[in-house]
Write a protein that binds this ligand. Structure first.
Ligand SMILES: Cc1cc2nc3c(=O)[nH]c(=O)nc-3n(C[C@H](O)[C@H](O)[C@H](O)COP(=O)(O)OP(=O)(O)OC[C@H]3O[C@@H](n4cnc5c(N)ncnc54)[C@H](O)[C@@H]3O)c2cc1C
Length: 474
C-alpha cells in the first residue's frame, strides 16, 4: 500500500505509461484542414420533461428516480444495454457502500438495485460481516475484494448480464423510455440553457427536446459541447486516469488460484515478476461472482486521452493483445488456469477519467473531515479509516453557469483526489439518483435545476430510500 501526500491510500495497483504506437507516428491522422458542414433540418424525434443521456450507473439511477416522480423521462444510450462500465465495461466489482464501521451509507437506488439481483448473481460478505475486524474473516474477504485495511466491506461482485436485465426492468417499470443505439451528439441550446440533445443513429441526426437534460455520459460530452467549464487535472500517483479494456476468462478454478496466492506468496510474487518481464504490462486475476470466471480489470495504461479517438483505438488494440498474452501465461503458470478460455472482452472501453464539470460546488479534499455540506444529497464512504464519511453537495452536479443540465456520475464536479472515489459505481448511483429527483422537480416546477430548493430534493430522496445526514445536523 502507498500513502500519497494527499492522504489517498490506494490499492496495490500498477499503472503502465505507454507511448503512441509507431503506426500512428508513421501516419499522423490529424491534418490542419477543415470542411464546412452544410446547415440542415433535424427531425424532432420526441419531446419529454427529462432527457437522460448515457445509461450507465448514474444515468440508470437518474432515469428511474425522475420517472418515479412523474416526469416523462427518456434515456438515450449509444450501446444496447444499461449499466455502462458496470456491465458493458465488465467493472463487476462494485466498490464499498459501507463506511468503516460497517454501516450502509450508500442506499436508495443502489440498495434496491442490488437487492433485486437473484441469488447466485451477486457474491460478497453477508450483512452481519460488514465492518468486521476479525483478522481471519478480513483476510479471507481481502482476497475476494471485500476487505480493506483489515475491515470487511459491502463491495460485492455481480453478474453483468443480470445487472443489465435488472436495470432495464427497473427503468421500464418506472415508466422511463430507453432509446438504444442512439449517440448523444450535440446539446440543443436556448440561450445559456440546454433544452434537449441531437443524437446520431441509423436514422441519421434527430433531436429530443426536454425541459431538463441529465448528462450521464461519464465524459461530459453534453456539458462540454454546451460550453460549460471543465477541469481535467489528475492525481498522477493514482490509477484514476488509467485506461484499459477489461476481460474475463472462463473455465478457471479461482479457489485453487486464491489458495495458491494466499499460501505461496513468494511464488505468486515471482509469477507476477515473470509476467511483467514477458509482457511488459501484467495484471492480477480478481474474483468474479463465480468460481469458474476470473476478472481482469487491467493492465492500466496512462498517457492516453479518453476523448481522442485514435487513443481509444490504440488502447483497444493493446488491451485485446494483452488479453491473449495473459491467457497463454496464466494457462502455463497459474494454478487453476490450465483450462482457461477467453470468455469476453468488455464491449465498453474502461475510462476512469475524462473531463470533470466545474460546478456551483464540488467534492474536495477539504471535505474529508466530516463536515456536512449545507446542500447534501448523499454520503460517500471515505477512502480509508483515517477519514470521516464525505457529505456530497448538490452543487457538485450543477454547472457553475450553464442552465437546464445536471451532471451526475464520474464527471461530477470534484478535485482530482476526490475523483478517486467519487467515480466509483456506488457513488455514481448516488449522484445519479439525486440528479433524477432534482431534474424531475425542476421540470415539474418550470425552474432551472439550480433553483430547486435542496430541502425538497432531500425530502424526495429520503422517500426513495436514500441515506442522508439528519436535517439540521452539523
Ligand atoms: C477498468 C476500470 C476499473 C474500475 N474499477 C472499479 C471498481 O472496482 N469498483 C467501482 O465501483 N468502480 C470502478 N470503476 C469506476 C466505475 O466503473 C465508473 O467510474 C462508473 O461506471 C461510472 O459511471 P457513470 O454512469 O458515470 O459512467 P459510465 O459507466 O461510463 O456510463 C456512461 C454511459 O453513457 C453512455 N454514453 C457515453 N457517451 C454517450 C453519448 N454521447 N451518447 C449516448 N450514450 C453515451 C455509455 O455508453 C455508458 O453506457 C472502474 C472503472 C474502470 C474503467
Amino acid at each position: 500500500m502507498s500513502d500519497t501526500p494527499s492522504g489517498r491510500l490506494f490499492f496495490q495497483s500498477e499503472t503502465f505509461r505507454v507511448e503512441a504506437s509507431s503506426a500512428r507516428t508513421r501516419h499522423p491522422r490529424v491534418t490542419a484542414r477543415h470542411l464546412t458542414e452544410p446547415a440542415r433540418e433535424v427531425p424532432i424525434h420526441a419531446e419529454c420533461d427529462v432527457l437522460v443521456v448515457g445509461g450507465g450507473p448514474a444515468g440508470t439511477a437518474a432515469a428511474v428516480a425522475s420517472s418515479r416522480l412523474g416526469a416523462r423521462t427518456m434515456l438515450l444510450e449509444r450501446h444496447n444495454h444499461l449499466g455502462g462500465l458496470s456491465t458493458g465495461g465488465l467493472v463487476i466489482w462494485i466498490d464499498r457502500m459501507t463506511d468503516w464501521s460497517g454501516k450502509l451509507v450508500i442506499r436508495g437506488f443502489a440498495e434496491e438495485y442490488l437487492a433485486r439481483l437473484p441469488k447466485g448473481a451477486i457474491s460478497g460478505p453477508p450483512r452481519e460481516a460488514w465492518g468486521s475486524r476479525d483478522a481471519a474473516t478480513a483476510a479471507w474477504w481481502a482476497l475476494r475484494t471485500a476487505a480493506f485495511h483489515g475491515t470487511v466491506t459491502h463491495s460485492p461482485t455481480a453478474d453483468p448480464e443480470w445487472m443489465k436485465a435488472v436495470a432495464l426492468e427497473m427503468v421500464i417499470e418506472a415508466g422511463a423510455e430507453p432509446l438504444f443505439h442512439a449517440w448523444g451528439a450535440q446539446p440543443v441550446m436556448q440561450g445559456d440553457a440546454v433544452r434537449g440533445a441531437i443524437f446520431e443513429s441509423k436514422q441519421g441526426r434527430r433531436a429530443i427536446l426536454a425541459k431538463v437534460v441529465v448528462d450521464a455520459t461519464g465524459d461530459g460530452d453534453l456539458f462540454h459541447r454546451a460550453g460549460a467549464a471543465c477541469s481535467d487535472d489528475i492525481e498522477e500517483a493514482d490509477i484514476h486516469h488509467a485506461m484499459n479494456t477489461s476481460w474475463m476468462f472462463g473455465g478457471v478454478d479461482m479457489v485453487a488460484y486464491l489458495r495458491w496466492r494466499a499460501e505461496q506468496p513468494e511464488q505468486f510474487a515471482a509469477f507476477l515478476q515473470r509476467g511483467r518481464e514477458a509482457h511488459g504490462q501484467f495484471e492480477k486475476a480478481f474474483v468474479s461472482w463465480r468460481n469458474d470466471v476470473a476478472l481482469f480489470m487491467g493492465p492500466r495504461m496512462t498517457g492516453f486521452s479518453a476523448v481522442a479517438v485514435d487513443d481509444l483505438t490504440e488502447v483497444e488494440i493493446r488491451s485485446h493483445r494483452l488479453m491473449l498474452a495473459h491467457l497463454d501465461f496464466y494457462r502455463a503458470h497459474a494454478p487453476g488456469f490450465a483450462g482457461a478460455w477467453p470468455l469476453l472482452s468488455a464491449p465498453q472501453l474502461g475510462i476512469r477519467h475524462a473531463r470533470r464539470l466545474i460546478g456551483l460546488g464540488a467534492v474536495t479534499r477539504a471535505m474529508w473531515d466530516g463536515r456536512v455540506a449545507p446542500d447534501e444529497i448523499g454520503i460517500s464512504p471515505p477512502l480509508s479509516p483515517r477519514f470521516a464519511n464525505v457529505s456530497v453537495p448538490y452543487g457538485a452536479l450543477v454547472p457553475a453557469r450553464l442552465d437546464g443540465l445536471l451532471a451526475p456520475g464520474r464527471h461530477l464536479s470534484c478535485d482530482a483526489t476526490s475523483h478517486s472515489f467519487m467515480r466509483e459505481i456506488p457513488q455514481c448511483w448516488l449522484t445519479g439518483h439525486a440528479a433524477g429527483v432534482a431534474a424531475a422537480l425542476a421540470a415539474d416546477r418550470g425552474v432551472e435545476p439550480r433553483a430547486v430548493p435542496v430541502q425538497d430534493i432531500r425530502q424526495f430522496l429520503h422517500a426513495q430510500g436514500a441515506h442522508l445526514t439528519a436535517s439540521g445536523a452539523a
